[in-house]
Design a protein around this ligand. Structure first.
Ligand code: AMP
Ligand code: ZN
Length: 113
């Protein structure tokens, strides 16, 4: 997946501001933050989007959410935050490597759902 931006970030070929890393997950600050805290959490294995999650790779999603909980604590998001994943063109996905946006550091509104 040499042409995938986030695979290149994981490989260290494109710089990023790392906030968390473990065996299966990498997290870094969004280059165009929409909120005071805006972090992207990604599996190190390339998965196109949440629509490409399968029985075989679903544990990586759990790994991402375990990382999200740790990162939220480390960032002091004790009063809440939002997790968003965009899927496909209609869902507004621009980078086709599964990622979870952590958005916080401010009272968020409006609700989408
Ligand atoms: P999405 O639109 O849900 O696919 O989100 C992609 C996100 O990646 C956007 O919020 C971008 O600002 C962010 N992004 C794009 N390139 C980089 C980069 N080189 N480093 C950090 N974040 C990036
Ligand atoms: Zn990728």
């Amino acid at each position: 997946m040499a042409e995938c931006l986030f695979c290149n970030i994981i490989a260290g070929d494109i710089p990023s501001t790392k906030v968390y890393e473990d065996e299966t997950v990498y997290a870094f600050r969004d280059i165009n933050p929409q909120t005071p805290v805006h972090i992207l959490v990604i599996p190190k294995t390339h998965i196109e989007s949440a629509a490409a999650v399968t029985e075989e790779n679903k544990s990586l999603v759990a790994d991402c959410f375990a990382a999200i909980a740790k990162i939220a604590r480390a960032e002091g998001l004790d009063s809440g935050f939002r997790v968003v994943t965009n899927i496909g063109d209609d869902g507004g996905q621009t980078v086709h490597h599964l990622h979870f946006h952590i958005l916080g550091g401010v009272k968020l509104s409006p609700k989408i759902v």
